[in-house]
Design a protein around this ligand. Structure first.
Ligand code: MF3
Ligand code: CO
Length: 259
């Protein structure tokens, strides 16, 4: 069942999402060779709590941390570890959830660590662009399939594969609400988007094949062929005419530009 949100609820969710963007901007200068993903997770958790929010994925279905830190071939849900140390040329997707007064935010950004190979840089650019093409379709009267198709079509034309096993979702009091928001699908299919719906669009795009395998920790989801995977996520409120993006990458990118 899809829960429509009031304007007040959407503003609260915007607060949650902007706090994630600020947290990601705080991490941006620290995403460097030699740093462990556990350290970045600790900084993020402190920042979220210092700003009066709860890191909503900690404890969610037993997930142990405040963030998901997915390096290189890890697609999503990478558990942060002391022994996962970033090195030059890596990519790191940081995905996190916040909760304030019972409502959630959810957003993710993939960082380049030092200098990445040109083909990996292109993966990041295409994945991020596909997110914005999906968002363009996220308006009242369109269908979920319009969003899904926009992402899939762009990424496949660029020669990449679209992950099937993990998808975007509705967001609200719960981290995962209806509707499902796959990154693959057909125009004109699926649920109709209505004002007050809040959805997370999160393309997970692989250079190699889309098949995943889960590590022994039960969470870390990796491309089976061990090729790099990128992930960007925005949370958007559905309106008439134009999607209302609740998270904000410009806060992160302004910080990155100054480094
Ligand atoms: N933001 C993640 C998602 O949308 C959820 C992280 S919490 C976890 O899938 F417990 F599922 F890892
Ligand atoms: Co999500």
């Amino acid at each position: 069942m899809i829960f429509l949100k009031t304007d007040e609820e959407i503003e609260l969710m915007r607060e949650c999402c902007l706090l994630i963007s600020k947290t990601l901007a705080t991490l941006a200068p620290l995403v460097k060779p030699g740093v462990s993903t556990a350290y970045l997770d600790k900084i993020a958790e402190e920042f979220i709590r210092d700003n009066g929010a709860i890191p909503a994925c900690k404890g969610y279905e037993g997930y142990p941390n405040a963030t998901c830190m997915s390096v290189n071939d890890v697609v999503v849900h990478g558990i942060p570890y002391e022994h996962v140390i970033l090195k030059d040329g890596d990519i790191l997707s940081v995905d996190m959830d916040t909760m304030i007064n019972g409502f959630c935010g959810d957003s993710a950004y993939t960082f380049a660590v030092g200098e990445v190979a040109p083909e990996v840089k292109r993966l990041l650019e295409v994945t991020k662009q596909s997110l914005f093409l999906g968002i363009e379709q996220a308006v009242a009267g369109n269908r979920i399939g319009d969003v899904s198709f926009a992402v899939q079509n762009y990424c496949e034309k660029a020669g990449y594969s679209v992950v099937r096993d993990m998808i975007g979702h509705g967001l609200g009091r719960d981290l995962h609400e209806d509707p499902d928001v796959p990154n693959y699908g057909r125009k004109g299919q699926g649920k109709i988007l209505k004002p007050g719906m809040v959805i997370c669009i999160e393309p997970m795009i692989n250079i190699g094949k889309y098949d995943l395998a889960i590590d022994e920790d039960g969470w870390t989801a990796r491309a089976k062929d061990h090729k790099p995977s990128a992930h960007y996520e925005h949370c958007v409120a559905i309106r008439k005419g134009k999607a209302d993006i609740l998270s904000d990458f410009s806060i992160i990118e302004q910080t990155l530009a100054k480094l």
